[in-house]
Design a protein around this ligand. Structure first.
Ligand SMILES: [Zn+2]
Length: 126
């Protein structure tokens, strides 16, 4: 049963996200938005876990997980929220971001763009 699997393993993912949130706390100046995003994601996972647990208790059908998952994905992806705070590529030049930047930098800019030196554009001295 999918709900049983979720009840068993989702807590580890939840713990991982909370640890990530604690790590982001150290980078408060640059990761405030992403820290809030990880909290939202953790809250969503708790909700999903609660529904899976309820399904187990009531011995209901696993199909109830589908509307819950759909609502969760909708809530976490709409607008400027949660999952959209994390980007894999630079917002300015499209270069692949390092893991530290993905997790800790709200700006979603690679180090070149962050310090005002886009790699494509030559500097004024040339
Ligand atoms: Zn860039």
């Amino acid at each position: 049963m999918a709900s049983q699997w979720i009840v068993e393993y989702l807590q580890w993912l939840f713990l991982l996200i909370l640890l990530l949130n604690l790590a982001q706390r150290r980078q408060y100046e640059t990761a405030a938005r992403k820290r809030l995003a990880t909290l939202y994601i953790a809250a969503g996972l708790i909700l999903f876990y609660a529904v899976a647990h309820l399904i187990q208790l009531l011995e209901a059908s696993d199909w109830w997980l589908l509307p819950t998952a759909a609502a969760l994905v909708f809530a976490l992806t709409r607008g400027e929220s949660a999952l959209r705070a994390f980007r894999l590529s630079c917002r300015s030049c499209g270069a692949r971001l390092s893991l530290a930047t993905i997790v800790y930098q709200d700006s979603n800019l690679c180090s070149n763009c962050r310090f005002g030196q886009p790699p494509e554009a030559p500097g004024p001295e040339t």
